[in-house]
Design a protein around this ligand. Structure first.
Ligand code: GTP
Ligand code: MG
Length: 197
C-alpha cells in the first residue's frame, strides 16, 4: 500500500541513471497488450491509480518502475504483440523490453500475465521459455478470471499447468481477477518470496 511511482524510462540506459548499479530486487509484469498488467499492479498494491490502465491496447509504452521500499521494485513493462501501433514505435519499445529482460540482473521474477480466455500465445511461450532459460522464476497469471464460470476457469488453469509442467518449479500457474480480487493472497505470497530470497 506504500508503493510509490519511481520513474518511466524508455530504455535501461535511462533506468541506470535513476537507479545506478542495477541493485536490489525487481519483479517485472510482462504480457500481451491489454492482458491486464497495469490493473493487476493496482489491485495487488491496493492503489487504484498507481499504474495507468486503458481499454486501448498499447497504453503502457515505457518501462514504469514502482518502489515498494528502498530495495524492492515492481516494474510495469510495455505489452507485446499488439499490431495496431506504428512499426517504428513498436520496434523501439519491444527493443527496450528485450533489453530490460536480458540485461537487468536485479530482475528476480517475471509475472507473465495472460487473459484466461486466450492463454499461452506464441509470444507468451517465448517469454516464459526465455525467463526459465535465464533462471528467473515465472508466475503465469491467468487474468480476467471473472470472465469465466468456475468450472471453465478450473479447466483452463489445469490445462495451462499441464502444458507448462516441463518447466517444473520454475513456473507456477494461478488465476487472478483484478476486478474481484480473486487469487490475490496466492500472488502476494509468491511475490513476497521473490522479494525476500
Ligand atoms: P497495456 O498497457 O496496453 O499493455 O495493457 P495492460 O496489460 O496494462 O492492461 P490494463 O491493465 O490496462 O487492462 C486492459 C483492459 O482490461 C482494461 O479495460 C481493464 O479494465 C480490463 N481488465 C483488466 N483486468 C481485468 C479483470 O481482472 N477483469 C476484467 N473483467 N477486466 C479487466
Ligand atoms: Mg499497462
Amino acid at each position: 500500500r506504500q508503493t510509490k511511482f519511481l520513474i518511466s524510462a524508455p530504455d535501461i540506459a535511462h533506468l541506470d541513471q535513476y537507479l545506478p548499479g542495477d541493485v536490489g530486487v525487481e519483479i517485472a509484469f510482462a504480457g500481451r497488450s491489454n492482458a491486464g498488467k497495469s490493473s493487476a499492479l493496482n489491485a495487488l498494491t491496493e492503489q487504484k491509480n498507481l499504474a495507468r490502465t486503458s481499454k486501448t491496447p498499447g497504453r503502457t509504452q515505457l518501462i514504469n518502475v514502482f518502489a515498494l521500499d528502498d530495495d524492492r521494485r515492481l516494474v510495469d513493462l510495455p505489452g507485446y504483440g499488439f499490431a495496431q501501433v506504428p512499426l517504428a514505435m513498436k520496434k523501439k519499445w519491444q527493443a527496450a523490453l528485450g533489453e530490460y529482460l536480458q540485461k537487468r540482473s536485479c530482475l528476480s521474477g517475471v509475472v507473465v500475465l495472460m487473459d484466461i480466455r486466450h492463454p499461452l500465445k506464441d509470444l507468451d511461450m517465448q517469454m516464459i521459455e526465455w525467463a526459465v532459460m535465464s533462471e528467473i522464476p515465472v508466475l503465469a497469471l491467468l487474468t480476467k478470471a471473472d470472465k469465466l464460470a468456475q468450472s471453465a476457469k478450473m479447466k483452463t488453469v489445469n490445462d495451462v499447468r499441464k502444458k507448462l509442467a516441463d518447466f517444473g518449479d520454475w513456473v507456477q500457474v494461478e488465476s487472478f481477477s483484478s476486478l474481484k480480487g480473486t487469487g490475490k493472497p496466492k500472488v502476494l505470497g509468491i511475490l513476497n518470496k521473490w522479494c525476500n530470497p
